[in-house]
Write a new protein. Sequence first.
Length: 270
Amino acid sequence: MAFINHAAKSIAIKIVYYGPGLSGKTTNLRYIYSKLDAGSRGDLICLETNTERTLFFDLLPIKAGLIRDYKVHFQLLTVPGQVFYEASRKSVLKGADGIIFVADSQIPLIDANLENFDGLRKNLLEYNVDLNAIPLVFQYNKRDLENLIPVETFNNLLNPRKLPYVEASAINGAGVLESLKEMAKLVVPVVREKLFEEEREPVEMEEKIEKEKKKEKPPEIKIEKKKEVEFAEEKKTQPMRVTKIKFKSSKDLEDELEKLAKEFTGTKKS
Ligand SMILES: Nc1nc2c(ncn2[C@@H]2O[C@H](COP(=O)(O)OP(=O)(O)OP(=O)(O)O)[C@@H](O)[C@H]2O)c(=O)[nH]1
Ligand SMILES: [Mg+2]
């Protein structure tokens, strides 16, 4: 569930990049980082092993316009894809508002994709979240390589509900921003409804008036136009600044993630 701070008028939407090991999740975040100006994003936080593989997660906070007069921040997170990091993978999923499933398109990896996707379903269920009920976008990555799983096969196996999917080559940036935009299209209306419809419940009269208004014209998603999930794309590549934080144990992960979300939206724990 998105984190809202009424005092600071800000909302943090948590998007998790999930997928098997080495499918290109971290590469997505690095590309997004490189294309945003410093004012539109925070530092990239990466926890990698010395082989550059994600140990716990990568995190990138970015600004993305407004919902009503609330500033919207997306927190982009990756999970570690390697099989033995199941506990961390599950922790990172806690409170996710949307999932971008980064699949590896290479034919030998078909089972790895399916197993990982099944793991996603199970891990979400442990938080009582149904995979069918959460905003989900598929990214079929590494389309620049040869010997690829056809898109149709991917869709038959992973995406029978015909959700948005993007063919990508994250290493070249192709499809990366598109995947994020597809996610924003799905997740922003859901978050908006959850946060503001619930809040309006006690004010019956106001609600009725709102409903009447809605009948007349379709609901507007009020997002600042120039930043509307365009994420202020920059031409020149930004120098990479990566923050590394230390953990005592993977048990601290959930607390740390929550703390980072609050700090970014202007609330510090008192
Ligand atoms: N050819 C090709 N290589 C890619 C693409 N995307 C990522 N890679 C490469 O795949 C390797 C793994 O990429 P990462 O982004 O680290 O993968 P990951 O999903 O974060 O991996 P884990 O954190 O270990 O789960 C790196 O060598 C990338 O350069 C792509 O679109 N095409
Ligand atoms: Mg990674």
